[in-house]
Design a protein around this ligand. Sequence first.
Ligand code: FAD
Length: 414
Amino acid sequence: VCHHTMTGPIETTMCDYETIESVNEELYTNLHDLVQTPFFRYFQVDLYRECPFWQDNGFCMNRECGITTVDESEIPEKWRAAALSKIDLPPPGQRIQLPGCYYRDSDFCFLDDLTEGEYFDLATIPERYTGYSGPSAHRVWRAIYEENCFGLSELNLLTGRSPAPVTLPDTLTDILRIPVNGDDTAEECLEKRVYYKIISGLHASISTHICAEYLNQSTGEWGPSLQCFVNRVASHPERLQYIYFDAVLLLRAVARVAPYLSAYDYCATSSVIPHDHPHEPDLMDEVRTRVRLENVLQIAKRTGKFDESVLFRGENANVLKEEFKDHFRNVSRIMDCVGCDKCRLWGKVQTTGLATALKILFEIDEKALDPCNNQNLLQRSEVVALVNTLHRFSESLHLVEQFRDMWKNVGQRD
Ligand code: FAD
């Protein structure tokens, strides 16, 4: 039963959480294959821009933080050429330019200008435990919450508040029964709470991946750490809810832009690529990409019911939207301050993915969504980031199920 009180996206998405739970395995299987295809695995980004907020990034020297790039000659010519010349950079008057990046009025994040930056093969770089932690990591999270979170920070770092008693609900839908701090009583406006949920959900999703592939320092073995998951996520059930929240938001954006994604050119073959090229994508790659993508789009259309129409209405709507955008753009710049390459890469992919979803939901009208009218609606990097970010969140929900099984097994042993 769905409760539609229509006072905001929180209430109207209640039933969508349950729908996602029922389709997540199917969604995850399709996304997991989709992100292995050539189009979706190569992401171009300038990973080494200066941190604009402080000088010392506390760079992580751990081997796990390091990263390797893909030689540009291995990237299908078509995308390289597109990156260098064909992409429609907005004309100078319509963008704010910073060294190596820019944003247009409609963007929720800074985008690289695509003549800088390197290619990374996302399929070979797991998001997992790297050992990046301590004051440097905390400073970045604090900057994201405090400087950009409309003062809604929940960080215990400063207050030293101890976590709530550990509970791991039996089913994912049980999470919905748990009252969320401040949801009903907070004086903050809806948009500000939404902003907090997006960030907290991202943080919780990253934590879930860290705990799922954790390095046991004493044995040197990799594996899931239930304790880590309980401490960082499950003992704060609202964080789990926010992972759902982000998943619904991303799915809704994908559903909205589905005709555009269906019409997108995923074919990378071109006569310029040498035939013996080891990474040459073939026709089968394109077929596989399209089949998997269409499955994802169908699931998104069935389930992505985030009610974006209730946001940015009323008086001050435009001011709020601009404020929201400013905050989110700042998050994309704060990512330059993350002192671990792997973490920074995934941080950038996911903030770009979420920013693309927000742009699709709040900035683009029906006419602009038409793939015939607007072929350059999204850059390749935005499409790649959107799909990979949805994959990350779907994977987190999949991992939560695994932790739940571990939890049950622990309970049976006790
Ligand atoms: P942290 O996760 O650093 O959290 C700090 C404080 O924030 C906590 O004490 C808590 O009070 C609060 N908090 C935690 N979660 C939430 C939430 N969901 N909502 C609201 N408040 C919360 N490390 C890796 O090993 N691998 C990675 O791939 C990786 N990627 C990262 C990407 C980014 C963008 C950043 C900023 C950091 C990344 N890190 C990564 C570091 C990792 O997120 C942690 O900072 C680190 O593991 C230390 O964890 P912690 O337990 O001290 O708490």
